[in-house]
Design a protein around this ligand. Structure first.
Ligand code: ADP
Ligand code: MG
Length: 221
């Protein structure tokens, strides 16, 4: 994936989060405070606004370490924007995920399937560290970790980039669905105790949405 593919991903993700804001908010109303849809919509709209401003000024967005645009620079821009514009738990968690992903691919001008695996691995470590969370606690990790495992398996099978990302998106969606019977032990949903059971986790749902958008971009590009 090139920096242009990544920009297309961020824009597609922003569109889909905007369309899905109502659904994400409904999910968060059931086991949280009902702001996840607006949180994600606000954050990704802010990312798109920065991308648009950079286009208008003809100054590339996402400058890397050497001052020219690269995938890591774009991921860093996304992470910083999410941290500064999204409140609640998801802003810092996703923001950290993007910053860690950027660090994992810091020297790359284009991202291979292996780079995508490394970026996802680093993103998950960032979320787990900041959220003090692990798999099975009904959080975004329950979509992202199965996605990482599926992507790793696909790479090991010698599949190409689009197939690796499609496998990751499929696993993330299955993982998000699998949060329904889970008991939440992290974040606001944990305050509900047993009453968190029977509802899909909003953060796992938005994580699956982000990975599906990534897969759809790579397939097209
Ligand atoms: P808030 O919970 O502050 O209202 P959001 O509603 O935007 O923030 O995000 C809630 C989502 O964040 C949850 O559905 C869950 O997936 C994720 N989350 C919350 N706390 C944690 C945590 N400690 N570790 C990992 N993910 C978490
Ligand atoms: Mg919330």
């Amino acid at each position: 994936m090139t920096i242009d593919d990544l920009e297309a991903w961020l824009r597609l993700a922003a569109d889909r989060l905007h369309e899905s804001a109502g659904r994400l908010t409904q999910l968060d109303q059931a086991i949280g405070d009902g702001d996840h849809g607006t949180n994600m919509d606000r954050g990704f709209s802010a990312i798109v606004a920065k991308l648009d401003a950079a286009r208008e000024a003809a100054t590339p967005a996402g400058l890397g370490a050497d001052g020219s645009p690269d995938p890591a620079g774009l991921l860093r821009l996304a992470g910083k924007t999410l941290i500064s514009t999204v409140g609640g738990a998801a802003g810092p968690l996703y923001g950290t995920a993007f910053l860690r992903a950027a660090n994992a691919v810091a020297t790359r001008s284009e991202l291979s399937a292996e780079d995508a695996v490394a970026a996802l691995d680093a993103a998950i470590a960032g979320i787990a560290g900041l959220g003090k969370a692990t798999v099975g606690e009904k959080t975004m990790l329950d979509a992202l970790n199965p996605a990482l495992e599926a992507a790793r398996a696909a790479v090991a099978n010698g599949e190409d980039g689009p197939a690796v990302l499609a496998a990751a998106a499929d696993a993330a969606e299955a993982g998000a669905t699998a949060t329904i019977p889970m008991l939440a032990t992290k974040g606001r949903a944990s305050y509900l105790g047993e009453r968190s059971i029977g509802h899909q986790d909003p953060g796992a749902t938005s994580s699956a949405l982000l990975l599906r958008a990534l897969a759809d971009c790579s397939g097209a590009g």
